[in-house]
Design a protein. Structure first.
Length: 234
């Protein structure tokens, strides 16, 4: 649970009347984006206030009249999702930086340069976002923002968001050790052969293809076989 001095106010207004909570800023924003958080961890004090600074608590009767229930979880979720979370300038700056890094890493993992078929380094993606003056949104997940951001940076660098289907054959000597590695990815199919070798079909973000092959080659001392079947993307 966040300390009282680090808490922020979440405020919902109804006909000029305020309903306030003291909350963990990070968990409040996570809930606002549609995530699942523990109400016990979110709230600093299990009360709905008419003025959180003064500690004036709303009556249960008035809460029922406005929200249709006095159930704390339901009321808290409405206040957070429909109201405003009052972040400090520093908190907002730190959260925006974290969200920007999430976007950069997501693009680096999933996108490639279609001219070279190699992933773009995170630094190149970050510079393209800065040059395109891309604004990230705290209230939207990195995944949801991806199409719009790709559209902007595609004006500056060649980039394609692709998923690859790769067929993998692991020799019998290493098949057992390779199985946990294969299962870290989207394993579409696996078949054990009569000679003990393993054939697997994996769908993987283009940016992670080399990571997968490097890991398997290290594990099998270079004896793994891989074949690109097809790709799909935007």
């Amino acid at each position: 649970m966040v300390k009282l001095e680090d808490a922020v106010i979440a405020r919902y207004e109804y006909a000029g009347e305020r309903f306030e909570l003291l909350v963990d800023p990070n968990l409040a924003m996570e809930l606002k984006r549609g995530g699942h958080v523990s109400i016990e961890d979110l709230l600093v004090i299990d009360s709905v206030f008419k003025d959180a600074h003064k500690g004036d608590v709303k009556s249960e009767e008035r809460i029922k009249q406005v929200f249709g229930t006095a159930d704390l979880k339901t009321v808290v979720e409405r206040i957070i999702k429909e109201g405003e979370v009052q972040l400090t300038t520093q908190q907002r700056r730190e959260m925006l930086e974290k969200r920007r890094n999430e976007v950069v890493q997501l693009i680096a993992r999933n996108a490639i340069n279609p001219q070279t078929q190699a992933p773009h380094p995170p630094q190149r993606i970050q510079l393209a976002m800065e040059e395109a003056k891309v604004q990230v949104d705290l209230n939207t997940s990195a995944q949801e923002q991806l199409p719009a951001i790709l559209k902007e940076i595609r004006k500056l660098i060649p980039i394609s968001l692709e998923h690859l289907r790769v067929a993998i054959r692991v020799p019998a000597l290493y098949a057992g050790k390779a199985t946990p590695v294969l299962h870290k990815y989207d394993l579409k199919k696996e078949e054990w052969q009569n000679d003990g070798s393993l054939i697997a079909l994996i769908e993987i973000p283009a940016g992670l293809k080399q990571d997968l092959l490097n890991e398997l080659n290290h594990l099998t001392h270079g004896s793994v076989e891989a074949k690109l079947l097809d790709s799909k993307g935007v």
